[in-house]
Design a protein around this ligand. Structure first.
Ligand code: HEC
Length: 130
């Protein structure tokens, strides 16, 4: 009986430890959704490009786009627009930028990726722009 108890404890500890060991941050699509709408789309809608809805691309296309990290036909990068310095520069007039001022850049980038993959034309919940 004792051996089973020990095994059970080992198994449970392993299950608790594995996600921590991987150290992977999966991205919070809800936070990404807010940021994409309130920061990315907020600018796009006033530009010739217009809104860029998540369902305008497939998951593979979004993954490749974010991997390349080239924005606006290569004029700058997507990371620039999730950077803390960019958020700080618009925080006075943008509530989302102010609210997420201290989120690490890699996390916010992963959040954007999560919402774009989720909302992609072949994603779990294809989404237009709101
Ligand atoms: C300050 C304005 C501004 C912000 C903020 C902004 N973009 Fe853009 N974005 C543009 C402009 C301008 C274009 C169109 C460039 C063109 O077609 O010449 C564009 C185009 C795009 C495109 C179409 C493909 C491409 O790169 O041309 C995607 C996708 C995109 N932006 C993603 C994002 C994401 C994701 C964010 C937020 C993390 C973001 N943008 C924030 C101005 C902005």
């Amino acid at each position: 009986m004792k051996i089973y108890k020990t095994m059970l404890i080992n198994l449970v500890s392993l299950l608790i430890l594995i996600p921590g060991m991987a150290g992977a941050y999966d991205g919070n699509w809800k936070r990404g959704d807010v940021y994409y709408r309130m920061v990315c789309t907020d600018c796009h809608k006033n530009q010739p490009v217009g809104k860029v809805p998540p369902d305008s691309r497939t998951q593979a296309e979004w993954a490749a786009y974010l991997e390349a990290d080239q924005h606006a036909n290569g004029q700058d990068t997507v990371s620039k627009y999730v950077s803390k310095s960019f958020r700080a520069s618009i925080a006075d007039e943008n509530k989302a930028a102010a609210k997420f001022a201290n989120v690490p850049e890699e996390e916010l980038f992963a959040d954007i990726k999560a919402i774009l993959l989720r909302g992609a034309s072949d994603g779990d919940a294809p989404a237009g722009c709101r």
